[in-house]
Ligand binder design. Structure first.
Ligand code: PEP
Ligand code: MN
Length: 339
């Protein structure tokens, strides 16, 4: 059960409410986010809401049977819109395009990608400065100095920055320079990191874990939300299956399912999803048709020279074409939705 509290609820009213809810058989947790205060009740399935609905200090109340609560559509039917400023949004009813290299490599590379984004009307750029690599000997990123450099170039061009945070100690130093903190697949259930990201007021995009279920992704989002931060985006990036012919198995099913289960926007990552450059456009468009609110894909001026993930990275000509196809496919999908 979720009870949204009135902002001006008195401590006496809150105490009475908590006693009453505990008395019914719930275990309650108080949650304060940047947008609201809630009381989450766990442990009982059915009861007559009218028993407490009349108490003072309640703004809204719902029974949410899902394991995740505040990110559930059963709690909030209206889709969440992420406002990044300067007219850049990630939201239901719009198509977000995010592109850029796997890794930020040099000033020249940043300038090239920023120019590519500007030329193609793409307002959000991805890139890793802290790279989670399977091998410790692989390129591990330019670090915070790379992020500062990137921010100085991107912000001048009105481009928003999406980049991965790998550990709690990086959150604060990254804060002035990021627009969206990306939680990578390997960190999808790093609950300390999720808790800490609940305390910031910038958007967080959580990637599905390598072997994570849809439910686990939603529970990870619940961590950040209940930690205080409602600015959340979910990302389907492929899961590990027995199939070896592709890097991962992009779970297109997850897109409509996540959209139905949660009010949060859903982004598809076809680059990591299939891991093969020539199939990235197909899978991107499949993701759009499946209902995604945005696409994040890797691009680089010379993919063969990329420090990481070159095999799944588009060159700028391919990226420009894909951006247009994404927009056209989205327009077509909107047409279907009207039928
Ligand atoms: C990335 O976005 O480059 C990345 C490492 O993604 P993931 O965490 O999905 O593997
Ligand atoms: Mn990558």
């Amino acid at each position: 059960m979720i009870i949204q509290l009135q902002p001006d609820i008195s401590s006496k009213q809150k105490e009475t409410l908590i006693d009453k809810v505990n008395g019914i058989g719930y275990k309650t947790t108080e949650v304060k986010t940047q947008l609201g205060d809630y009381l989450i009740g766990i442990g009982k399935k059915d009861f007559d809401i009218r028993k407490i609905g009349q108490l003072d200090g309640i703004r809204d109340i719902h029974i949410v049977s899902d394991e995740y609560k505040l990110v559930s559509k059963k709690w909030k039917a209206k889709p969440t819109s992420i406002d990044l400023g300067d007219g850049v949004f990630i939201k239901d009813g719009e198509m977000a395009i995010i592109t850029g290299p796997c890794s930020i490599e040099s000033e020249e590379q940043i300038r090239n990608v920023v120019a590519h984004c500007v030329e193609n009307g793409i307002r959000m750029m991805r890139g890793g400065v802290f790279k989670p690599r399977t091998s410790p000997y692989a390129f591990r990123g330019m670090g915070i100095d790379g992020l500062k450099l990137w921010h100085s170039i991107a912000s001048e061009a009105g481009i928003k920055i999406v980049t991965e945070v790998m550990q709690t100690s990086q959150i604060e130093e990254m804060y002035p320079y990021v627009d969206i903190y990306q939680v990578g697949a390997r960190n999808s259930q790093n609950f300390n990191l999720l808790d800490e990201l609940g305390k910031v007021d910038k958007a967080v995009m959580i990637k599905r874990g390598i072997s994570g279920t849809i439910e686990e992704l939603l529970q990870s989002a619940e961590y950040v939300f209940s930690g205080g931060n409602e600015k959340l985006i979910l990302c389907e990036r492929g899961i590990r299956t027995y199939e070896k012919a592709s890097r991962n198995t992009l779970d297109l099913n997850a897109i409509p399912i996540l959209k139905a289960k949660s009010h949060l926007p859903v982004i598809v990552d076809p680059s990591h999803g299939i891991g093969i450059r020539s199939y990235v456009p197909q899978m991107a468009l499949a993701g759009v048709m499946a209902g995604a609110d945005g696409v994040i894909y890797e691009s680089h001026e010379i993919p063969e020279k990329a420090y990481s993930d070159g095999q799944q990275t588009l060159d700028f000509a391919q990226s420009a074409r894909l951006a247009n196809w994404i927009r056209e496919s989205f327009a077509m999908r909107k047409g279907f939705e009207l039928l």
